[in-house]
Every structure is written in C-alpha cells, then in structure tokens.
Design a protein around this ligand. Sequence first.
Ligand SMILES: *Cc1c(COP(=O)(O)O)cnc(C)c1O
Length: 383
Amino acid sequence: MNNHKIWLSPPHMGGSELKYIHQAFAENWVAPLGPNVNLFEDLVEDFLGENSQITALSSGTAALHLALIILGVKAGDEVICQSMTFAASAFPIVYLGAKPVFVDSEEDTWNICPDRLMEAIEDRILKGKKPKAIIAVHLYGMPAKMDEILAISKKYDIPVLEDSAESFGSSYKNKKCGTFGEMALLSFNGNKIITTSGGGAIVCKTKAHKDKALFLSTQARELTTHYEHSEIGYNYRMSNITAGIGCGQMEVLEDRIFQRQENHLFYSEFFKDKPGINLHSEPNEDFKSNHWLSTITIDKEITGFSSHDLCKKFAEANIESRPLWKPMHMQPVFQDADFYGGDISENLFKNGLCLPSGSNLSDQDRALIKGVLESCFVTEKIK
Ligand SMILES: *Cc1c(COP(=O)(O)O)cnc(C)c1O
C-alpha cells in the first residue's frame, strides 16, 4: 500500500520562510502591517515590473472585491466575467449587488472568447446597460488573448480586470500576466504557484488606485488621530506573519515556475504518441504559461476511457486529480445569470482533468503517475 499521497498542487516551501517569521516575532511585528508586508510588496513589484503597484491583501478574492469597488461597480450594475473559471472570479460581483454576465471560452487558451465578449457587450448595450468591467482570467496559467480583449476594452471603454490568480509568472508577448488590465489580482492561496498559506494582492497602475486599495483594505480610516470614517472599509490587509512566508517564497519563484513547466514537459512526453488526449499547451510563441496546473481533455471515443475513469484510477492509487473547473453559467448559484456562448467551456468541463502538478513532484511520484496513466491505455487495448 502506498501511504504517500500525491496532491494536485501542494504548498512547496523554499526554506527561508521561517527566517522571516522568526524576525517578525523577534521585532513583535505580529500585525497586518510591518517589514515583511513591505518587502513582499517590493519583491512582487520588482518581479512584475511595468510600474505595477502592489497592495498585499488577505486573499485574491478580497483583491477582486476592492478592484470592483475602485472601478465604481455598484448595486444593479453588470460585470462581464469569463464563465470558465473558479467561482472567486465571480463572487465579488455579487457581494456588491451587481450582476455577473458570463461569456464562454475559445478553444486555444480556454479563456474568454473575444468574439463572444464583443457579442455580449453589444447585446447588453442594446438592452440598455453598458457593462462596468470585464473580468478576464488566465486559467491554469495560460494567458488569455490579451491583444483582442484589450482592443475590445478600448473600443467600448470598459476596463479589464485581470484575474491572474493562477498565472503568476506567465507572460503574453513577453509581458507578464497581471500587468495588462486596469487592475489585476494575484492569489497566494495554499494551492497556487507560490503561497502565503492564504493571501493575495491587488495590482494597480496608478498611485491613486493603490492608495485607495490600501485605504479600503484598512477599514477606510481617514487621516485623523481619532477614528474618522466617511466610507465603508474592509479588513483585508495581509498579515506580517504570512507575508514572511511570501518573502521566502519569492526567493524560489523562478524555480517553482520552472518546475511546473517541467511537469508539463513530462506529460507532453508521455502523451505525444497517445491519440485522443489533448494536453493543454500554448497555441503559439506569444503565449508563455507558468503551467500552474497541467490539464488534459480526453476524447473517450478514441481512448476508450473518460476523464472520470482516469480520475478514479488516480484516486485508487492515492493520487489527487480533479475535473476542470465547472463553468459559472452551469453553477446552481448562477442559474439566473445571462450567458453568451456555446458549449466550449461545457465540453471542457465534461471531458477535462487537472493532473498532479506540484512543483515538488519527485521522480518516484512521476513514476507512480506514469504507471496509472499506462494502465489506462493497456486495459483498453486488451478489452
Ligand atoms: C484561487 C483563485 C482565486 C481566489 O484567490 P484566493 O486567494 O483563494 O481568494 C480567484 N480566481 C481564480 C481563477 C483562482 O484560481
């Protein structure tokens, strides 16, 4: 019996995280501010470049919530959101009493389809309401078609919020994901490419936006000695303790990106002569994915086994895998939301699987994964 569980995307410490945490204890910076928070923000800013201004927060979801507020989204407004995503891309729209309008994916990147996006915007305008923002996601690390999306954003004067939670370290035309939109969110949740255990950041382009994010995330305290509030605030700042984990993780970020990309190469080597399996890969050289998760779709007609069959086989071997994210327009909680598109994201969900993608997969882990994959193909040949 194999007691060692192989996780889909576990945390992977670099070694110096505890040093920063000890430092915080030594100096009694046990608070949602302090030197680790400042250093972590500087490190992320240096990594992203492009004059990005970082505010470290308690989660990526909080970052998106604040971004929508800063853009002026209010109750009754509409916000366009990629349907094929994790629910946190859409939930903050609802926190504000606004309405999500979902748009399907395109086949190349699995991200928001520019044609469908245009169709959605035109139809909403025709119906009397121009959407307030467009939330584009770089799902599983794969950059969205930013040139086309930004052109649409410009044409209709609707800002893009970039959900870069899964794409820290990815780039499109040599520009890093997270630097394209009016604002972007990053996530440092435990399952992401680097982690602060839980945490996130909002990426702003202007000092005014950054100041506003900082203000809102610290209970909207006015600059007075007593507590004075003329706006509603939030308690969304990152802790100096968890930021210490982030500082340690930034030291190994490049390694983590490399290791995830190596996983993709490992799968690509395995699947290269296996018909019926499509390993999600960059459509061309403009796209550079961090390959946060390696993902496949399976054509059961050809392979004889489905993504569910494979998921089950992995589970029996104590290996975690997971279906692709279920699109938002198929979620019970969003059953009344409008959707523009066809069945692309729906089919991805039905036929897709996220493969074990940790940056700490050992050779032995890979051998076990390969064994399960091989057994699927072998069984089918005998049948
Ligand atoms: C993880 C994730 C988020 C939310 O980030 P948290 O830090 O967990 O709040 C948002 N969008 C996507 C696509 C994600 O994968």
